[in-house]
Design a protein around this ligand. Structure first.
Ligand code: FES
Length: 124
């Protein structure tokens, strides 16, 4: 029985948008205290659009796949559009996750939204 969907495996093996942005407009980090995994997102914003997104995830395969997927879903979208992406949307786009890995998907959209909040706070 396959535990992970093909999409999860694809994004784990070939994660999109991995890295950091030196002059990021916003940075957001979320950790999961139960497993110790940490996800950090870096964003560049132009005219209210996330023109670049990079992430670093020190975590399990599901967390890496979630980071990669949410970065793809959010790239070139407006801040308003990205703020509407839920953790469940990300898990759904990955074709679902095993029940004991759902907590991993709860980091992705939250970390990205934290980066957006950081950008908004700096540009008040
Ligand atoms: Fe911690 Fe997946 S086991 S995020």
């Amino acid at each position: 029985m396959a535990l992970y969907s093909d999409k999860v495996i694809d994004h784990f093996e070939n994660p999109r948008n991995v890295g950091t942005i030196d002059d990021a407009d916003g940075i957001g980090e979320i950790g999961n205290p139960s497993c110790g995994d940490i996800m950090t997102f870096y964003i560049k914003v132009k005219d209210n659009v996330l023109v670049d997104i990079k992430f670093k995830t020190f975590g399990c395969g599901a967390a890496i796949a979630v980071s990669s997927m949410v970065s793809e879903m959010a790239k070139n979208k407006t801040i308003d559009e990205v703020m509407k992406i839920t953790n469940k949307d990300v898990a759904d786009m990955l074709g679902g996750l095993p029940p004991n890995k759902i907590h991993c998907s709860n980091l992705g959209a939250d970390a990205l939204k934290k980066a957006i909040q950081n950008y908004l706070d700096k540009n008040k």
